[in-house]
Design a binder for this molecule. Structure first.
Ligand code: HPA
Length: 273
C-alpha cells in the first residue's frame, strides 16, 4: 500500500499555506470541459507547477490549476488539468488531486470526463451519469494503491457511486430539461483508442461508455470516504460503431458543443448539493 501522506507531505504543506478556505465539493474537469472553471467566481487559483512534487501535465503550455471558487454559497475546489496513467504517471500520482480534496475535508467529488459511447442508444453530445464504474483494466494498480482487500471492507464502497449524490444529479438534470443518460463507465488505460473488437467485447460485458480516466480517482475517493459521482460527456461513437475515424479533434469539438448543457447541469448540481 502506498503512503500518500508521506509521499505528498511537501505538496500538501505548500498548498495548505495558501488556501482561502476549506472546500466542500471538488469538481474534476474532463477533456474539453475545462472552461467551467471560468463560469463561477474564482477566489484563488493556484498553479500546480508552484507545488513541490505535484505531477505536471505532459501537454506543453498546459499547467494545471487548483481553483478555489464559489457558486451558490458553496465552496468549491475545481481541478483543471487531470493526470492520466497514459501520460506515463504512476497511479499514486494520478490520484493526487483526490488526495488533496480529501485532506482539505471535501465531502463530495464530482468527476467529469469525455468518453466514447459504447451503448448504441447514445450519441455524441449526450451526458451520461455513471451508475457503475469498471476498473478491471486497472486492478493491479489499485491493489498497489490501496489494497483491494481493504477496499472491500470499506462501508463507503457499498454506496459507490453515491446514490444520494446521483439522485441530486438526476434532479438537477430534470430541472434543467437535460435528458441525462445513465450507464456503466469502462476504463481503458490508453493512450490509444480501442479497436472495434475491444468495443464489442466491452459492450457484451455491460459497458455503456469508455474513457481513459475517472475510475481510479473514484475508487480512491470512495476509499477516503468521499461521496462520489461521475458524469461523462459522450464525445463520439466508440470505435467500430460509426464509419468515422476517432480523433482527439472530434472529442474536443463535441465537448465544445455540449458546454452550455454541461455548465447548466453542474451549476444546478452545486445549487442542490
Ligand atoms: N475511447 C476512450 N476514451 C475516450 C473516447 C473513446 O472513444 N472518447 C473520449 N475519450
Amino acid at each position: 500500500m502506498i503512503n500518500m501522506n508521506s509521499q505528498y507531505r511537501d505538496t500538501f504543506e505548500a498548498l495548505a499555506k495558501q488556501i482561502p478556505f476549506e472546500p466542500e465539493i471538488c469538481i474534476v474537469l474532463g477533456s474539453g470541459l475545462g472552461d467551467f472553471a471560468e463560469k463561477v467566481e474564482t477566489v484563488k487559483s493556484i498553479s500546480t507547477s508552484s507545488l513541490p512534487n505535484y505531477p505536471q501535465s505532459t501537454v506543453e503550455g498546459h499547467s494545471g490549476f487548483l481553483h478555489f471558487s464559489k457558486y451558490a454559497d458553496k465552496k468549491l475546489l475545481i481541478i483543471q488539468g487531470r493526470i492520466h496513467l497514459y501520460e506515463g504517471y504512476r497511479i499514486s500520482q494520478c490520484v493526487v488531486p483526490v488526495f488533496i480534496a480529501s485532506k482539505l475535508n471535501c465531502k463530495k467529488i464530482l468527476l467529469t470526463n469525455a468518453a466514447g459511447g459504447v451503448n448504441i442508444n447514445f450519441k455524441p453530445g449526450d451526458l451520461m451519469l455513471a451508475t457503475s464504474l469498471n476498473g478491471i483494466n486497472i486492478q493491479k494498480e489499485l491493489t498497489d494503491l490501496i489494497g483491494l482487500a481493504s477496499l472491500e471492507q470499506k462501508n463507503s464502497i457499498k454506496d459507490f457511486p453515491s446514490e444520494s449524490f446521483n439522485n441530486i444529479i438526476r434532479k438537477a438534470a430534470v430541472d434543467k430539461g437535460i435528458r441525462l443518460k445513465e450507464g456503466v463507465y469502462w476504463y481503458n488505460k490508453g493512450p490509444t483508442y480501442e479497436t472495434p473488437a475491444e468495443i464489442k467485447y466491452m459492450g457484451k460485458f455491460g459497458a455503456d461508455a469508455v474513457g481513459m480516466s475517472t475510475v481510479h480517482e473514484a475508487i480512491y475517493a470512495a476509499y477516503l470516504g468521499l461521496s462520489v459521482a461521475s458524469i461523462s460527456c459522450i464525445t463520439n461513437y466508440a470505435a467500430g460503431l460509426s464509419p468515422q475515424k476517432l480523433s482527439h479533434q472530434e472529442v474536443m469539438e463535441t465537448a465544445e458543443l455540449v458546454k452550455k448543457d454541461f455548465e447548466g447541469l453542474v451549476k444546478k448540481i452545486i445549487e442542490l448539493s
